[in-house]
Design a protein around this ligand. Structure first.
Ligand code: UD1
Ligand code: CA
Length: 463
């Protein structure tokens, strides 16, 4: 049985942000969201998140996760002080406690399994995750004997120059036999450069403590500033893209593409350059996305293309063509074999199978039937300045160029709207609606002459 505590109370001063560090987004999840995801495979019996700075925000962002308890650390007096906050909650617990810093987002579950296994097999008081990293600056240094038994952890800022040469660092991930940790925790002191209660001092007070080295040091990189955030993002992107390519997705230019961890792609999807897939996005087999597209929290069917376009919170079915330069947003739904072309915006609009809006249109709060053809420049006037209203077009309706459909409005099936119409009243099925003034032609008409031009015989009105 394992209980997990995630330290997420710090502000993260080095981020220079009003957002708590652990809530900074990284490819679809927050930093602390990633940490909780990495422990999920261990099926912990309890998960406690220590919150403090902007704790309400942290709780809010994690409240969708089952089985998470929040423990408040009112003042942030250090990582040791953070773990002290769980003492009252684990009074008679005699199992193990896995402690993780909330800013270590790239850990693999398998690594945590190995840590746990080693800890239990050797019956250690504590087992800590360590790595040899090329640039250990800022990390606690771990000094061990030849058998991975810990001698000491010293924070970077408390190290002597000689100690700084040691490249084995503390990852901030620890497995403790809880009764033994509970014994030493109350006795921590603040005799260090930061005058904080260090969890690493508790580790130093226990024996035996064993270090488990990770093979891939990228896993344990901590995020303390924006540069480290960007580095973590690059590592994550490399991992995600590698996995999708292995699963049969073509990435034409991986370097210019970003894909959140929450995205699902099918085999034979082709992602063209400069394309970004975010949130809960699903893309069906054979679809081609990009170049130059952003798809957020949307579902795209099979064999659909989306070029130079933005799709958010929407669904597009199979065999449709979107773009270039389309914007589909806010729960819009596009059917099969549809076409949405240049400078067409859909907002809360649904489009039946086989319908088209090929150029220059705004369709907001609109329901289109099947085989509808929206002419260039068609606009739904859905907003009266106070409320939004619906426009409904039956199957096979056609709107001429530059039509304005003033909502609320319903056009029955097979209605044709003449070009340049401003339609304000609903129209029954099978009709042509012309709502514009008739053209007037005056044969032989000329501009009236001014007095001066009458005198000189010249027309001066253009001067
Ligand atoms: C810590 C370790 C260091 C290790 C590094 C790994 C200590 C003293 N040092 O240093 O040995 O190499 O992590 O990344 O532990 N937090 C709280 N309450 C507090 C202070 C911090 O919850 O009072 C949380 C932070 O939100 C953060 C985590 O603890 O998620 C680590 O704190 P941070 O200040 O980043 O520690 P480091 O200096 O990186
Ligand atoms: Ca850190």
């Amino acid at each position: 049985m394992i209980v997990v505590a995630v330290l997420a109370a710090g502000r993260g001063t080095r981020m220079k942000s009003s957002l708590p560090k652990v809530l900074h987004p990284l490819g679809g999840r927050s930093l602390v969201g990633w940490v909780l995801r990495s422990v999920a495979a261990l099926e912990p019996s309890r998960q406690m998140v220590i919150v403090g700075y902007e704790g309400e925000l942290v709780c809010q962002s994690l409240k969708h996760l089952a089985n998470v308890e929040f423990v408040e650390q009112r003042e942030q007096l250090g990582t040791g002080h953070a773990v002290q906050q769980v003492l009252p909650l684990l009074e008679n617990y005699d199992g193990h406690l896995l402690v993780l810093n909330g800013d270590v987002p790239l850990l693999r579950s398998q690594t945590l399994q190995t840590l746990l296994q080693t800890h239990q097999e050797h019956k250690n008081a504590a087992t800590i995750l360590t790595a040899h990293i090329p640039n250990p600056k800022g990390y606690g240094r771990v000094i061990c004997d030849g058998n991975h038994i810990l001698k000491q952890i010293i924070e970077d800022r408390d190290c002597t120059t000689a100690q700084k040469q040691n490249r084995r660092i503390n990852a901030g991930v620890y497995c403790f036999h809880w009764p033994r940790l509970a014994e030493v925790l109350p006795h921590l002191k603040t005799e260090n450069d930061q005058k904080e209660y260090y969890l690493t001092d508790a580790v130093n007070d226990l024996a035996p403590v064993m270090a488990v080295d990770v093979e891939d040091y990228e896993e344990i990189l901590g995020v303390n500033d924006r540069q480290q955030l960007a580095t973590a993002y690059q590592i994550l992107q490399t991992r995600i893209k590698r996995e999708w390519m292995m699963a049969g997705v073509t990435l034409i230019d991986p370097g210019s593409t970003t894909i959140d961890d929450t995205v699902q792609l099918s085999p034979d999807v082709v992602i063209e350059p400069q394309t970004h897939l975010r949130g809960e996005t699903h893309i069906g087999r054979g679809s081609q996305i990009g170049p130059g597209s952003l798809i957020e929290n949307s579902t795209i069917g099979e064999d659909t293309t989306v070029r130079y376009s933005v799709v958010s919170q929407s669904q597009i079915a199979d065999h449709s063509q979107i773009g270039p330069y389309a914007h589909i947003r806010q729960r819009s739904q596009v059917g099969e074999h549809c076409r949405i072309g240049n400078f067409v915006e859909l907002k809360k609009a649904s489009m039946g199978d086989g319908s088209k809006a090929s150029h220059l249109a705004y369709l907001g709060d609109t329901t289109l039937g099947e085989q509808v053809n929206i002419g260039a420049g068609t606009i739904t006037a859905n907003y009266d300045g106070v409320n939004k209203h619906q426009t409904i077009l039956g199957d096979r309706c056609k709107t001429g160029a530059n039509s304005v459909l003033v909502a609320p409005l319903t056009l029955g099936e097979d209605v044709t709207v003449a070009a340049g119409s401003t339609v304000t009243k609903s129209v029954a099925a099978d009709s042509l609606v012309i709502a514009r003034s008739r053209q007037i032609v005056k044969p032989g008409w000329r501009l009236p002459k001014t007095q001066e031009s009458q005198e000189t015989g010249k027309n001066t009105s253009q001067e």
